[in-house]
Design a protein around this ligand. Sequence first.
Ligand code: ADP
Ligand code: ZN
Length: 722
Amino acid sequence: MVVGVLVELSSKNIDKIFDYKVPKELEKKIKIGIRIIVPFGRMTLQGFVLEIKNTTSKYDLKEIIEVSDEDIILTDELLELGQKISKLTLSTLISAYQTMLPKALKAKKGRVINKKYDTYYKLKKDISAEKLTAKQWEIVNIILEKNEILRSEALKISTSALNTLIKNDLLKEEKKEHYRLTYNEKLLPKKELTDEQKQAVALVNLKKYDTYLLHGVTGSGKTEVYMELIEKALENGKSSILLVPEISLTPQMVSRFQQRFGSKIAAIHSALSDGEKYDEWRRISRNEAMIVIGARSAIFAPLKNIGVIIIDEEHSDSYKQSDMNPRYNAKDIAFIRGKTHNCPVILGSATPSLETYARALKDVYKLLSLPHRVNGKELPFVNIVDMNKEMKSSKGHFSNVLLTAIKKRLEKKEQIILLLNRRGYSSFVSCKNCGFTFKCPNCDITLTYHKSSNTLRCHYCGYGEKTYEICPKCGEKALSNLGVGTQRIEEELQKYFQDSKILRMDYDTTSKKGMHEKMIKAFKNHEYDILLGTQIVAKGLDFEDVTLVGVINADTGLNIPDFRSSENTFSLLSQVAGRSGRSSKAGEVIIQTFNPKHYSIMYTKTHDYIGFYNEEMQIRRTLKYPPYYYLVNIKVSGKDEKEILNEALKIKRALLRNLKNTIILGPSSATIFKLNNIYRYNLILKYKKEDNLLAVLEKIQNHYKSKVKIKIDIDINPSQMI
Ligand code: ADP
Ligand code: ZN
């Protein structure tokens, strides 16, 4: 027997299938989609069996060394999916397969994750004639009742009794796999759906592939709709996938699903150990878990009979893998798998991405709406505070309006969430006095500060100008890099409210396992009055007693050099505002900003998604951004600045020769231009329709694949432009 093997070595040069001979004694174990160990040059590598050839080879082929799996790791569906991903993202096939599997299955040599086992005892023969002691009977009776007894349970009764039973050959031992995680089976009754929710559920045809957009305001009960659809799929014997951004995959969210579906769920998130993830993955592949909840990579869950795929917070950029190959988007994978399984794909959001909403308006996606909060609760009142005025009277980061509002809630023993928008780069310049930032006249993108040349540059088109010392808007000498940490805000806040208990939640304080869960519980139990944090507090949380949400700095997000900065700001502010007044008490939101007239802030005040959409779409059309145009980002990087600039120019010329319907911007320096002595230039492609685009890009990539000094990264439909 000869097998075709893809080895785990991610280099564009050797991404192909090699033939190996199978020794007779291993032949029975060989299946397509399992992993094996093979010699490769002087190395020993793991690989996937992709082909079985029932020929004997004429050549002197090497033999495989060992078979790693009993069960198939890559099903036929996943094998094919990997090939599509590799084509669509211009990545190696092996990198696609590696991305699809949990880390434990990418095991490097010597680092194997063990399965855990429990030992059970059963009766070997009829024991009615045996003479047993009381303790021995106690053990045997449990077996008679339950068919088996767990070793640890028997030991609790009596070690010597158990040992005697074993010695007298009355028991047979059995090992059963023991999963590291357990799910509580105590289920709660489900909620009666509102009419709006019922209608949304009724409009989804679970029998065929279609994409739906569930557009529901915060607190409109989208999650309840998801659960109902999942339950219906389950009644048809089908499984489901629910993707949520890692950041909103909170213990709260998981426990809601557990209370409804018990151990049928598998929740995969970054707080799990590799072993736990491995166990969850195997529960899924054995059809023991039918409902998979997880972040981006859960879209690859090895489910067999999928009935519905749901992507919550579909606008989130976390669904795109941006930092490494393959640069895939989980939404695209959902569409592929939806077609394969002939099941609906549901995209849910209070603030859909412009691409998605545009498609819904064109009827490419079917639109489902939940325009009201559950039980007629009002959306919270939003108060915009102009920090240009406030900065004249207050010194710190808090306006008087916000301080007064906090004080009022503390007195009433209600709770407060404060958001510090930290997602900025220190590499933009902004006026501390009036909030002014410099923008590119061509691209409407915040200019990036380059220290070495003391210039401001646009990293889309390359436009540049000298930096100023004096703010061109207010005339103050107050230009600087912004950036303040949660810790400093916490200290400031504590000074104002000395008796209040503040809980700080950011990536630092939640990185330890279990911390996130503990903090959420503690806040829910009123052990704290104020929850202060970064984006992590904006999403998915549902606290009854939070009646005030404050945004300390709404503007940081606007200054990110990305054409989506307004969209992302509107969506973040709407999300965090949605944490307020979710229960019977009315909610309020206070947003501090230097740009009170900016449309992304104005439309947050009125909770007007459509208004925002219409205004933003005009800008996108004028400047030729998505959804009117598609984008590709080509990053050229290397140590020799001159050389890579030259190569980038060469690539641009090649693109211009071969692509007739594409606008090509750059080369321009990337936002982070120099990192670890590596210089990075970007080329940005804008196009509506360009038939041979993939072929041309692949050619360019192949041309550079063997070059060591220059690296090319191609990101098709990038989610971030940095
Ligand atoms: P969303 O995901 O749209 O923000 P959720 O599904 O979290 O909204 O629902 C908001 C709150 O309303 C939650 O506390 C949820 O338990 C509650 N809720 C949702 N649907 C119903 C319903 N039909 N009846 C009663 N309460 C509901
Ligand atoms: Zn520009």
